[in-house]
Design a protein around this ligand. Sequence first.
Ligand code: UGA
Length: 433
Amino acid sequence: MKIAVVGTGYVGLVTGTCFAETGNQVTCIDIDTNKVARLQKGEIPIYEPGLDVLFERNIAEGRLDFTTNLTEGIKGAEVIFLALPTPPGEDGSADLKYILGVANDLGPILEQYAVIVDKSTVPVGTAEKVQAAIARNANVEFDVVSNPEFLREGVAIEDFMKPDRVVIGTTSERAQKVMEKLYAPLVRQGNPVIFMDERSAEMTKYAANSFLAMKITFMNEIANLCERVGANVDDIRKGIGTDSRIGKRFLFAGIGYGGSCFPKDVQALAKTSTEYGYDFRTLEAVMAVNEDQKTRLIPTLTDHFDGNLRGLTIAVWGLAFKPNTDDIREAPALENIKALLALGARVTAYDPEAMNNVAKLIPEITYCHTPYAALDEADALMIFTEWPQFRTPDFEKMGKLMNNKVIFDGRNLYDLSVIKETGFAYYSIGRDS
Ligand code: UGA
């Protein structure tokens, strides 16, 4: 099939590359001339494990190309994906200006029947708005379909190529057939393609992300309570996760969820609720708890140093909002570092991928080339991201480098029994220190 993908952000690039890999002819379109020039040279603007191999192969084999020209890019396309940003506006609702802008442009340039697919996370009712915007100037038949994306950064290729399910919102049989054909190679293991109407598909995406954010937040509150009652959240996680109704995944307590999706989507769903006159109290609680959770370890740290961090050096391991990405959007590390600086501490930091991104926002800390370099004469270590290379460090070496043997672990990386042997003082989330 010939496919066009408008928007070469995270979702657009992964969607385009993966559909090229399943044998389609894909053109990705973006208004950013610099970005397109880089993509044409074979450079990938994001860090995503495994993307490079597919990207290079599909360019080399002529199935994947890039352009800034929308008219050229969509020529002959049976399916046109819209993978455009929907940033939160000032009131928390998703801003549709990019999507509706492209929808307006598409109307007059469509030359034959096409399925236009909303891949971005968009509020309920957006498919209807896109339909109306295209219809205003279109001379051919078309359908607008909602096809939310459920991939996670860091494992995007795996999630895209082997989805648990594919959700497609359309009431058009013609569009349904096109989408079934396109997704057939990805659901061969029997995972379902679930068809529903457009509004339900749009709502499914928000419900999924909000539910997961709630699941994490609930565990974070259980962890906070565990500390007070003297229980261990690791055991609670195993104890409840084995109940298939609850499930094992997304039960890891820590310093809150971040990223470009959960915070934005929980906020947008709360906003939609308000617009429709419904007070969604669970969502309000999720947002408030997560905000507090992010800097939960700061009071623990200040207490450890008798209320004064002035002049101390705090080493930070992990800046990205989660491992295997350089994405720092809503990363708990940022708020923590700002709090540390405000309290008069000096900060040294290490992250395998995200240091350049943070350096642009917070130039006043010291960025180090290895995790151990960040520990040199540090008074404490704080861990904000569970990168694999932090999981089995050389504690002896760490102890020799640091002024004090103390770790504040926001991601519960170490077994309490292992830590006990090392002589480090250890604070984590929801477990005895
Ligand atoms: C999330 C969803 O998981 C994807 O299904 C969805 O497609 C995506 O948003 C999106 O809407 O585009 P992502 O933001 O890439 O994906 O990251 P997750 O792996 O879901 O992690 C989100 C946050 O939750 C991270 O800050 C992570 O540290 C935190 N988390 C996750 C926990 O604190 N505990 C857990 O048990 C799991």
